[in-house]
Design a protein around this ligand. Structure first.
Ligand code: ATP
Length: 261
């Protein structure tokens, strides 16, 4: 039962919590120095602050947030205060050294959840996807393995993690997560392209016999038009010769008739 929760992170500037767990009213926590301590009696909500940070950074595991469902994160109501419809947290980082590679002095990462379970993410107030937040945070070594958040009684977690979990933590700390995300995205695209190639190949296989048939038909129709032309020429020649012989016979007959007349 700690009376202290220590938050130490050079990039943190401010945390705004509203409707999250025990924080019914809007609470603003400033982090002016490298190490900040949150002091309060047992059950006063110190770990809820850590949960809110974990959550706004994109945590998806309800177990890690000490709840069962999304609604557990929303203020459930008290004698003097009705329950709330949504929980929202905004964590502001300083970006004076452009650690996030974005042209802003401050980077505000926000998350909201409603009672129907819908989650929304924002970056400096604009709606973004979870993926955008994950990518952005991985650039500064804040990845999904949460090696940077050590909960109560959790200190030995890092010492006893499996080799693959340790690898994941080191990847996060070194900012390699972004490359892993990009790699798996590229792999998905390759897979998709391979499927498209397969589709095209099978279409090609289906079309080959049809193309062959059309080629034969085209050859045949070419032969037919050649024959037609030949026949045309023959019939023209026939008519020409017939005309010639008729004219000749006409001449002969005229010559024969003239003396009789
Ligand atoms: P400790 O020192 O014992 O670890 P703590 O100060 O870290 O305590 P938290 O665990 O942060 O305390 O807060 C626990 C309190 O938060 C409990 O009183 C609990 O009722 C309250 N709480 C948790 N979820 C909600 C919620 N959804 N709505 C209202 N109150 C909540």
């Amino acid at each position: 039962n700690a009376i202290f929760d220590i938050i130490s992170f050079m990039l943190f500037k401010r945390l705004e919590i509203s409707g999250f767990k025990s924080f019914a009213k809007n609470a603003v926590l400033e982090f002016p120095s490298a190490i900040s301590g949150i002091v309060g009696p047992n059950g006063s909500g110190k770990s809820n602050v850590a949960d809110s940070i974990r959550w706004v950074l994109g945590e998806q595991s309800m177990k890690n947030l000490r709840g069962k469902k999304g609604e557990d994160l929303i203020f459930a109501g008290a004698e003097t205060m009705p329950r709330m419809g949504k929980a929202s947290v905004e964590l502001v980082f300083q970006n004076s050294k452009n650690q996030f590679k974005l042209e802003f002095d401050e980077i505000a990462v926000g998350r909201r959840v409603y009672r129907d379970g819908v989650n929304e993410y924002t970056l400096n107030g604009s709606p973004v996807r979870l993926k955008d937040i994950v990518e952005l945070l991985s650039k500064v070594g804040l990845g999904a393995s949460q090696h940077h958040i050590i909960a109560q009684g959790d200190a030995d977690r890092i010492l006893y993690v499996s080799p693959s979990e340790r690898k994941s933590m080191i990847s996060d700390a070194l900012g390699l997560r972004i490359f892993e995300i990009k790699k798996s995205e590229a792999e998905r695209k390759i897979e998709h392209t391979e499927e498209n190639i397969k589709d095209v190949e099978s279409l090609q296989r289906e079309l080959v016999p049809h193309i062959k048939y059309l080629r034969v038909q085209a050859e045949k129709s070419k032969g037919v038009s050649e024959l037609k032309e030949f026949l045309d020429n023959l019939s023209k020649e026939f008519v020409r010769r017939e005309l010639k012989s008729i004219c000749h016979e006409e001449d002969v007959l005229e010559k024969e008739i003239k003396p009789i007349l």
